[in-house]
Design a protein around this ligand. Structure first.
Ligand code: A3P
Length: 364
């Protein structure tokens, strides 16, 4: 499995903003804080004083599943994500042929990871359904294609990624502006998956409330919707996230491929072929005859992944059960949740922010 050779290099490699190991000192300091503040401190647990000071200087708002979201490099994210992103930006060394999957959360990242991994590794792991050794049958896609800002950089670790099988495949939620310096090397490719903002919001709302810790109160639909429309969502505002990747895909179509969740749902085979050509591993006629395209589609389908034991009972991202990653997998579920005035508000916002850019969506 690709992740098995990831080794963690000790934190010493990051001189600034390193993890504070002096827990006694932290506890001492905590004694003078009020209980509410201490609850918030837990999400900042393990962050150095310099880092916490830097956090304090950032604009912050109420978070969805943590107490706060901070405005960092122009987008909203959690404190631990900021630490991981800074580490990734500082230490990541791209290699030719690296592939980076980029999304704003709940756009179908898990699906795209499964498809890309299976596609790129089809000569090592035959995707035909009779093959029971395929890694996707026993590992969640997030274990096969790691995020820069989560597992790889947990607690500020600097992993050794050179041993990974080529092409190395990573994922990220960071906006293009914060990723661009890390992908400039010729041959590095980015695949962006975009989902209509209506369904992305509903999916985010369900997911957040399913995985949030008990100490954080649930976000109601109305409250979450208002936050979303004000841009307050992890890695948002959503319109800036989508627009930056969209523009880059128009400017450099050989560098950034822009896919839509709704298109994948409508015609997965031709989108999978498009992805294969973009990644310079097109399907041969013989492969098509042998049914490889169909086998990949089937292996990565919502129904197949959802019923696997690893996705019913496993945990790939710390404290997040895999089962929450597979909810409905449909286009237009928003119709069951948003009131007509809410739909109008979001529609007007999308028109205002994205109208005239050429970026359009299908909502049903
Ligand atoms: P819903 O909550 O609308 O069901 P992400 O992977 O970025 O977290 O996105 C999660 C969304 O993608 C969820 O949407 C989930 O059900 C859907 N999804 C996960 N796997 C999928 C697959 N193989 N095919 C289609 N949709 C999938």
């Amino acid at each position: 499995m690709a992740t098995s050779s990831i080794k963690a290099i000790p934190i010493m490699a990051i001189p600034s903003f390193n993890v504070c190991h002096n827990l006694e000192l932290l506890k001492e300091q905590g004694k003078s804080l009020d209980p509410k503040r201490q609850e918030g401190e837990r999400e900042e647990e393990g962050l150095s004083y310099e880092f916490q000071e830097m956090l304090e200087s950032l604009p912050k708002e109420r978070g969805w599943r943590t107490r706060h979201l901070y405005l960092f490099q122009g987008f909203w994210c959690q404190s631990k994500e900021i630490q991981a992103i800074m580490s990734f930006q500082k230490h990541f060394k791209p290699l030719q042929n690296d592939v980076v999957i980029a999304t704003i959360p709940k756009s179908g990242t898990t699906w795209l990871k499964a498809l890309t991994y299976t596609l790129l590794n089809r000569h090592r792991f035959d995707p035909v359904s009779s093959n029971t050794d395929h890694p996707l049958l026993t590992s969640n896609p997030h274990d096969l294609v790691p995020f820069f800002e989560y597992k790889l950089r947990l607690n500020g670790d600097v992993p050794d990624l050179f041993g990974l099988a080529s092409p190395r495949t990573f994922a990220t939620h960071v906006p293009f502006g914060s990723l661009k310096d890390s992908i400039e090397k010729p041959g590095v490719k980015v695949v962006y998956l975009c989902r209509n903002p209506f369904d992305t919001f509903i999916s985010s709302w369900h997911y957040t409330n399913s995985i949030k810790s008990e100490s954080v109160s649930p976000v109601s639909l109305d409250e979450g919707f208002d936050m979303y429309c004000r841009g307050l969502i992890g890695f948002g505002p959503f319109w800036e996230h989508m627009l930056a990747y969209w523009k880059e895909s128009l400017k450099r179509p050989d560098k950034v491929l822009f896919l839509r969740y709704e298109d994948l749902k409508q015609d997965i085979e031709s989108n999978l072929k498009k992805l294969a050509s973009f990644l310079a591993v097109p399907f041969t006629e013989e492969e098509e005859r042998k049914g490889i395209v169909k086998a990949i589609v089937e292996l990565c389908s919502f129904e197949s992944l959802k019923k696997l034991e690893v996705n019913k009972a496993g945990q790939s991202i710390k404290n997040f059960e895999n089962r929450h990653l597979f909810r409905k997998g449909e286009v237009s579920d928003w119709i069951n949740y948003l009131s007509p005035p809410q739909a109008e508000r979001l529609s007007a916002l999308v028109d205002d922010k994205l109208g005239g850019t050429g970026l359009t969506f299908r909502y049903c």
